[in-house]
Design a protein around this ligand. Structure first.
Ligand SMILES: *[C@@H]1O[C@H](CO)[C@@H](O)[C@H](O)[C@H]1NC(C)=O
Ligand SMILES: *[C@@H]1O[C@H](CO)[C@@H](O)[C@H](O)[C@H]1NC(C)=O
Ligand SMILES: *[C@@H]1O[C@H](CO)[C@@H](O)[C@H](O)[C@H]1NC(C)=O
Ligand SMILES: *[C@@H]1O[C@H](CO)[C@@H](O)[C@H](O)[C@H]1NC(C)=O
Ligand SMILES: *[C@@H]1O[C@H](CO)[C@@H](O)[C@H](O)[C@H]1NC(C)=O
Ligand SMILES: *[C@@H]1O[C@H](CO)[C@@H](O)[C@H](O)[C@H]1NC(C)=O
Ligand SMILES: *[C@@H]1O[C@H](CO)[C@@H](O)[C@H](O)[C@H]1NC(C)=O
Ligand SMILES: *[C@@H]1O[C@H](CO)[C@@H](O)[C@H](O)[C@H]1NC(C)=O
Ligand SMILES: *[C@@H]1O[C@H](CO)[C@@H](O)[C@H](O)[C@H]1NC(C)=O
Ligand SMILES: *[C@@H]1O[C@H](CO)[C@@H](O)[C@H](O)[C@H]1NC(C)=O
Ligand SMILES: *[C@@H]1O[C@H](CO)[C@@H](O)[C@H](O)[C@H]1NC(C)=O
Length: 654
């Protein structure tokens, strides 16, 4: 069912998703023109203009007013989660697209990617990113690739019968990751190739360990091993005990490899919950046998798939319009993680984090009109908070290539000129907001408040930090432009007193079907092919005065919408983006070719003052050796400062 959770090169998808090679941007107007354009759209999925209809207001509609009662002390709260961090929701970058998304190599970094990571880091302190996926299993190291590129598909094996492209990578991949960390504090997950358990290829563990050190959070041992049989990567008899055995031989190989210092950094079993349940793996004794080598337990999962539309064979075709309501209520997130609740309890008892290493709206690219909609923003946010409540310790949204609908961010096609820039997908906003929901304290605990109102369209959560209530998160999944389905949540503090006022940030769009004009506290990443990874517009934070006499703060939530209510000044400041000055890398226009870099770092980077510094320049017609190379000397000087000894290179912008 989940057999193609990665994004294959265009050749595989071209029949269904049409030719990506000659992409021309469609005008994206309102719903009507977008739908017309969608009818004959032949471009890449990432820019598909399909806009669905928002489902009608349900009957009965949710109550217009209800109380949300938080406790003055978390000791009175039942079922509070384990402590969570603002880095809870990160990203999973398919290894084959790492050079499109992250950079070409250590000295060519994608500036919009840096900005997108910096946005999370400013709120959460750091960002968690995995480079891997199905393509990790057949990856092999080479000394160099022409033009100094870090990763490339192996053209010689393009007829690989497994349908999995074989990748070559060089140590530049890991240097590139280290250099990204120096700028934006990204912490990484990698995976050990698992295609051949009698000849382990441990170079990624060796180089990863020595170059990334503590910034390597863990190494996946296998990627979706429960799908190896259906992918033809193992004999039909392959089961959980075989995986258990292979994990053991991997450990033996690592034990005798002196180039790997940290031999306790493995993550398993990373099953797709396709052919196996997690319990089938636990029942092999996996956790007890390997506990000293496991840094985390993990699964990967997509709640649905669009494989029929992509391949035209097998299964039942899904109509996105019919599927849409399944993403637009609180039951969705719960039903996805229900098979893992037993396992998160087992993980907590074993003292191991439990991770969702790869997820998104649907495998085989997601659904047009759903995966890139504001509905998906609300869905991924609720699903993420639901995972946090049920004691997962992190979740990574998958990033494929141009051929998927669900990317949190998509670089432009390689030969697009720089002015088209990146597309920030609707689920990126979910990760950004989760960074603020949990903030930077490392000590946020969350509880589902759904029972307060008991309506699947208007769920809520409360967050406690260091024992006190700090935030309330309020959802409205319904689209009703009339305003009649806007609701008011009366937030009360049992055993305490509401503050004189609270601050509120809204996540908004006109409809759950909208794909552009999504705003968080009034700021946006704009339309497709128009973002440099920085929020545009002025931040707009509401102040709501509370009724202290009646001990309640009344916060309204439009349909659709989401509100994050900060119950104290410290809750607000812990999550607020740190004061980071942003810099344009061009004198031509400040919205183009830009990097978000701390003024303090720049100020000391190379003797220049940071405040008004122009980091480089380009023009719409400029062209580099690969894509559109742009020289950004300031940013490279910054890299030199941050890591000490960098040979000055270039930052790629394409
Ligand atoms: C972009 O690349 C495609 C495929 O390589 C090619 O057909 C097309 O002409 C290129 N467009 C431009 C503007 O270079
Ligand atoms: C997005 O917002 C702008 C400014 O409010 C407006 O002009 C534009 O029509 C909106 N686009 C869509 C697709 O709603
Ligand atoms: C789609 O293509 C068909 C066949 O070329 C054409 O008849 C139809 O008008 C097109 N529809 C739109 C909305 O452009
Ligand atoms: C409205 O609130 C009442 C009282 O809490 C509850 O019983 C009822 O189910 C709610 N109705 C809806 C449609 O949510
Ligand atoms: C950053 O990348 C450059 C160029 O590839 C490389 O020489 C350098 O070692 C990298 N820095 C780190 C800390 O890995
Ligand atoms: C495993 O992958 C490597 C690198 O792609 C390849 O050379 C090797 O033949 C594969 N082995 C098996 C058993 O599939
Ligand atoms: C990084 O890639 C660029 C473009 O291909 C190349 O010019 C440069 O030499 C590469 N750097 C290294 C260290 O290989
Ligand atoms: C939880 O998992 C354990 C280990 O597989 C199993 O023994 C137990 O029955 C499971 N409990 C539930 C409620 O599924
Ligand atoms: C809510 O979502 C669940 C899970 O996706 C779905 O099964 C259910 O039909 C949805 N409910 C409604 C009323 O749409
Ligand atoms: C999460 O873990 C905490 C601490 O062990 C526990 O009290 C709580 O019940 C767990 N939550 C769920 C939903 O299992
Ligand atoms: C949160 O945890 C991270 C990772 O362990 C650590 O680097 C950071 O200093 C912690 N932050 C606080 C406020 O304790």
């Amino acid at each position: 069912m989940y057999f193609l959770s990665i994004l294959f090169p265009l050749t595989y998808l071209s029949s269904a998703l049409a030719s990506v090679t000659v992409y021309s941007q469609q005008p994206l107007g309102g719903t009507a023109s977008a739908s017309a354009a969608a009818a004959n759209y032949t471009g890449a999925a990432a820019y598909d203009p399909t806009v669905l209809q928002a489902p009608p207001v349900p009957n009965p509609a949710p109550n217009n007013t209800f109380a949300i009662q938080v406790q003055s002390s978390s000791s009175n709260v039942q079922g509070l989660s384990i402590p969570q961090t603002g880095a809870f929701m990160g990203f999973s970058v398919e290894m084959s697209v790492a050079t499109q998304v992250i950079g070409l190599n250590g000295s060519f970094l994608q500036v919009p990617f840096l900005n997108l990571m910096a946005n999370i880091k400013e709120r959460a302190g750091r960002v968690h990113v995995r480079v891997g996926g199905n393509t990790q299993d057949y990856a092999y190291i080479v000394d160099s690739i022409p033009n100094g590129i870090a990763v490339e598909k192996d053209k010689l094996l393009s007829t690989n019968p497994t349908d999995t492209p074989t990748l070559m990578w060089t140590p530049e991949l890991i240097y590139m990751m280290a250099n990204v960390t120096a700028l934006t504090n990204v912490k990484w997950y990698l995976g050990v190739p698992f295609n051949d358990s009698s000849n382990w290829r441990l170079q990624i563990a060796e180089v990863g360990d020595s170059v990334l050190g503590d910034n390597l959070l863990g190494l996946q041992a296998a990627n979706e091993p429960d799908l190896y049989v259906s992918h033809g990567h193992r004999p039909s008899t392959y089961g959980p005990f075989d995986y258990f055995g292979e994990f053991g031989t991997l450990l033996q190989a690592m034990q005798s490899d002196n180039a790997i210092n940290n031999k306790a950094n493995l993550i398993g079993p990373n099953i797709a919950t396709g052919a196996w349940t997690p319990e089938m793996v636990w029942d092999t004794g996996f956790i007890t046998q390997y506990t000293s080598s496991l840094t985390a337990l993990a699964v990967e999962h997509y709640p649905a798939d669009n494989c029929v539309a992509v391949y035209g064979t097998g299964g039942t075709a899904v109509d996105p319009q019919t599927e849409f309501p399944n993403y637009l209520n609180h039951t969705s997130g719960y039903s996805i993680i229900q098979p893992y609740i037993n396992s998160t309890q087992i993980a907590v008892a074993a003292g191991k984090p439990f991770l969702m290493m790869e997820t998104n709206t649907a495998s085989c690219g997601g659904f047009p009109g759903i995966s890139d909609s504001f509905g998906a923003t609300l869905w991924a946010l609720d699903y993420g908070l639901q995972m946090a409540y049920y004691n997962f310790s992190g979740a990574l949204l998958h990033v494929g290539g141009q051929n998927v609908y669900y990317n949190p961010f998509t670089p432009p096609p390689t030969n697009q000129s720089t002015f088209h820039q990146w597309t920030v997908g609707s689920v990126y906003y979910s990760a950004l907001v989760i960074a603020e929901v949990f903030g930077s304290s490392n000590n946020s605990q969350i509880v589902d408040m759904y029972a307060n109102n008991n309506n699947i369209y208007t769920p809520a959560y409360a967050v406690y930090e260091n024992g006190s209530p700090s935030k309330v998160a309020l959802f409205n999944y319904i689209t009703d432009p009339s305003g009649a389905t806007t609701y008011t949540a009366n937030i009360q503090i049992a055993g305490g007193q509401v503050p004189a006022s609270v601050k509120v940030k809204y996540l908004l769009a006109a409809s759950v079907a909208d794909k552009t004009n999504i705003t968080w506290a009034g700021q946006t990443f704009g339309d497709v092919l128009s973002s440099d990874g920085r929020l545009l517009g002025n931040e707009n934070v509401q102040t709501v005065n509370c009724d202290q006499t009646n001990n309640q703060c009344s916060v309204s939530v439009p349909a659709p919408g989401f509100a994050l209510v900060f119950l104290s000044d410290s809750a607000y400041s812990d999550s607020a983006p740190s004061t980071t000055q942003t810099f344009a890398t061009t004198a031509v226009t400040k919205t183009m070719n830009t990097a978000t870099i701390a003024a303090s770092l720049l100020a000391t980077s190379n003797g220049h003052s940071g405040a008004n510094r122009v980091l480089g320049s380009t023009s719409k017609g400029s062209s580099g050796a690969v894509g559109m190379g742009v020289r950004v000397p300031g940013a490279v000087a910054l890299i030199a400062t941050a890591i000490g000894s960098l040979v000055v290179g270039r930052v790629l912008m394409r």
